[in-house]
Design a protein around this ligand. Structure first.
Ligand code: AGP
Length: 372
């Protein structure tokens, strides 16, 4: 009913709007007054976390994209090797796991069969499994050694939005906590990022206030067949997520690429008027990658494509090459996906509406996939 949707036309719009609160709620009570993380709810003993030699993340779809981003954070802040794998591929590959492997299973519903089967397989091999989940008492947390709940509240729309942002928050918390427990070199940076996380909810709110031009842009592209998404570093999974949202909602051909791969093939796709969305890394956080991606934008534009650029406030280097410029607040480099994903959600939702598609219930899809 309209009341359930809180005055919005679709659950998806309501859930996009709820993201600042979802992010804040997921942080709530997990950072103490001294600025340290208190994640006692992860009942895996600190010794076990200290002795872990490898982290393996398993998930599907949007949750898998959260896992891809988590890898950058975990390896950077903890120096523990981290692999990320689609849950549906994981166990059939005969992966190498033991008692010192920490497996993280990410699932909004906690009922995704592929992810559940990966959890069972990991535990059979003696690995410890930590679930990151949004649904209290669901199967995946029940079958895991420990759980860190995301507090996004119920997500009804098939396309995941607020669950994704809170999965990211939970992943950052786990990465920072592992760093804290293991006492890595990155101690000062970890303390600074914990402080920055507290500001993220406000940053997401600011992004949401500036989305009208994104909706207008989406409507203007309703007759297109293809949209490409490019990113690097943590912007690469953001590009994959933008493409997935567009496929499932707008039924358009959309692909996400690592921008560095462009020259290894995908640049052949670039055509007059093709919309290409580029997620630009922070110029302070990653000046080398930033400059490389600015060259990519120039190359794409030289071939006549329509460039849609998502860049930090104050980053003027991109302006001359952007047909459309979408600004996001300045954040620490690793946290950028929390703000960069939001315009892509709005973009896909508006394109779906413009194309007359059912936003909350896309064709052929179910909210949770409980078959293998
Ligand atoms: C995302 O928009 C999807 N509908 C889908 O990819 C989803 O993220 C995936 O099926 C995993 O679901 P889960 O988080 O409930 O395990």
């Amino acid at each position: 009913s309209a009341a359930e949707k809180g005055g919005y036309d679709y659950f998806m719009l309501k859930e996009i709007a709820e993201q600042p609160k979802a992010v804040a709620d997921t942080l709530l009570g997990r950072i103490d007054v001294a600025g340290s993380l208190t994640l006692d709810e992860i009942r895996i003993p600190a010794e076990v976390l200290r002795e872990a030699t490898k982290v393996v993340i398993v998930a599907c779809g949007t949750a898998f994209h959260a896992g891809l981003i988590a890898k950058y954070a975990i390896e950077h802040w903890t120096r523990i090797p981290c692999e990320v794998e689609l849950a549906s591929e994981f166990r059939y590959r005969d992966p190498i796991l033991d008692e010192r492997t920490l497996v993280i299973a990410i699932s909004q519903s906690g009922e995704t069969m592929d992810t559940l089967m990966a959890v069972r397989h990991a535990r059979e091999q003696g690995a410890r499994v930590l679930a990151i989940c949004n649904t209290n008492g669901s199967t995946i947390p029940r079958e895991s050694d420990a759980v860190l709940y995301t507090h996004a509240g119920p997500e009804v729309a098939v396309a995941s939005t607020k669950a994704f942002l809170t999965q990211l928050v939970a992943c950052y918390l786990v990465a920072l906590y592992l760093g804290q427990v293991r006492g890595t070199q990155a101690g000062d940076e970890i303390r600074a990022v914990i402080r920055d996380l507290a500001e993220i909810s406000t940053a997401v709110e600011r992004v949401l206030e500036t989305m009208e031009p994104v909706r207008e842009l989406a409507r203007s592209l309703a007759a297109k067949n293809t949209v490409l998404f490019l990113g690097r570093h943590v912007g690469y999974p953001v590009a994959l997520e933008g493409a997935l949202k567009l496929k499932e909602l707008a039924y358009m051909h959309a692909e996400g690429f690592a921008a560095g791969e462009l020259k290894h093939g995908p640049i052949a796709l670039i055509d007059e008027d093709l919309p290409v969305v580029v997620v630009v890394p922070s110029p302070r956080g990653h000046s080398v990658l930033h400059d490389k991606i600015v060259s990519n934008i120039q190359e794409i534009r030289a071939r006549g494509a329509r460039t849609i650029v998502i860049a930090e406030e104050g980053d003027e280097t991109v302006s001359p090459y952007a047909d459309h410029l979408i600004r996001i607040p300045v954040t620490p480099a690793l946290l950028q996906p929390l703000v960069a994903t939001v315009p892509l959600q709005v973009f896909a939702c508006e394109l779906a509406t413009a194309r007359g598609n059912e936003v909350d219930q896309p064709r052929n899809l179910a909210k949770s996939v409980t078959v293998e």
